[in-house]
Design a protein around this ligand. Sequence first.
Ligand SMILES: N[C@@H](CCC(=O)N[C@@H](CS)C(=O)NCC(=O)O)C(=O)O
Length: 188
Amino acid sequence: MIKLHHLNKSRSKRIIWLLEELGVEYQVIPYQRDSNTRRAPDSLKAINPLGKSPVIQDGELVLSESGAIVDYLISRYGAETLAPRVLTPEYARYVQWLHFAEGTAAYPLITRYLLAVDDNQRCFLGGFAREQMAEVLTFVNNELATKDYLIAEQFTGADVLNSFVFEKISEAYGLSNFLILSLIYSEF
Ligand SMILES: N[C@@H](CCC(=O)N[C@@H](CS)C(=O)NCC(=O)O)C(=O)O
């Protein structure tokens, strides 16, 4: 059975969503953040030396990085439903969106979050992160203006993976300037 090492209030929740979509059997191994530092407990380092979640175990395989986990689980357990056929242009765009979630969309959000913890949003980095976040939101909002999902009409793992960033932005700052995103994330 697949085991998911899941940290509370983290990106790992997308993997639970995906496992539910795939209808596979899984077990959640829970970890709680430290209430002061917000860091994961050291016990998570036993499965991932970096001490970060999500991590899955599937037989002998231990896998971290949420994008890699989504890609693996869908290729192994749900390729016909949750991803376009490989070697099609849609598949290439699907891979682009998988990378987008952690590569481009997440970092301005995380930068702003860390600056907020430091109570220091008015520095150069704060302005830069704010601009980057607006660009990311505009880009995705425009993409979704003409289609139901990131990959045209097909719901895929890319939608699941990208959801985290927009859900968090919605909670922290609201999405009222981005009509399509605000419609989607008001339902979350
Ligand atoms: N790029 C990684 C990021 C993993 C990550 O930073 N996870 C956070 C939770 S959202 C974490 O485990 N933080 C706990 C810590 O760093 O102590 C991924 O996509 O899985």
